[in-house]
Design a protein around this ligand. Sequence first.
Ligand SMILES: Cc1cc2nc3c(=O)[nH]c(=O)nc-3n(C[C@H](O)[C@H](O)[C@H](O)COP(=O)(O)OP(=O)(O)OC[C@H]3O[C@@H](n4cnc5c(N)ncnc54)[C@H](O)[C@@H]3O)c2cc1C
Length: 167
Amino acid sequence: MKIEKMTTQECRWILMRGPIGRLACSRDDQPYIVPIYFVYEPDHLYGFTTAGQKIEWMRTNPRVSVEVDEIANHFQWESVILTGQFHELPDLPSHAEERTHARKLLQQRSLWWDTAFAARRLKSDSDAILPIFYRIEIESMTGYRAVANAEEYAMTDASRPSQSTVN
Ligand SMILES: Cc1cc2nc3c(=O)[nH]c(=O)nc-3n(C[C@H](O)[C@H](O)[C@H](O)COP(=O)(O)OP(=O)(O)OC[C@H]3O[C@@H](n4cnc5c(N)ncnc54)[C@H](O)[C@@H]3O)c2cc1C
């Protein structure tokens, strides 16, 4: 297996496909990481959530990191890691246009709304949950890709003919 660096454009393609990333934030030297749905546009991510630990922490310390990957098998995978700054998009006239834009993009991702709300219902029976939209402004980004050699490739499902080819 060979590990290659991905180009910036290749990293962007992974982010465009999304839809799930791991968002890491930290407070008082304690890291915290959660899976999230996101949408990518050059050069930021949009996300949606409700009140909770990650929002409290990112308000205190807006420096974050996000990891996104596509794993075909042990020998073939791609992984992108970015660092950036959290920006909340408050429900204010000054942010109305960007909130609408983010909402439209996020609605194209299945379950984007359900997941955030289901997580909140663990703590509250109330449906009156305040939606919080945010943007992560990307500051740096790297991508690594694992490429299988011939021997490894032969061990993967991708090397086997599909049923339709066999029949
Ligand atoms: C595939 C996927 C996509 C998701 N997409 C979104 C999204 O787009 N927006 C969104 O708001 N949420 C999403 N979630 C849920 C998200 O991961 C968090 O559970 C949720 O946002 C609550 O985070 P919080 O920091 O507000 O937690 P709080 O409710 O404040 O959490 C309190 C404590 O609960 C524990 N906890 C919280 N979340 C998790 C977890 N996922 N797994 C295990 N323990 C946990 C932690 O120990 C934390 O300290 C997604 C989850 C999955 C699996």
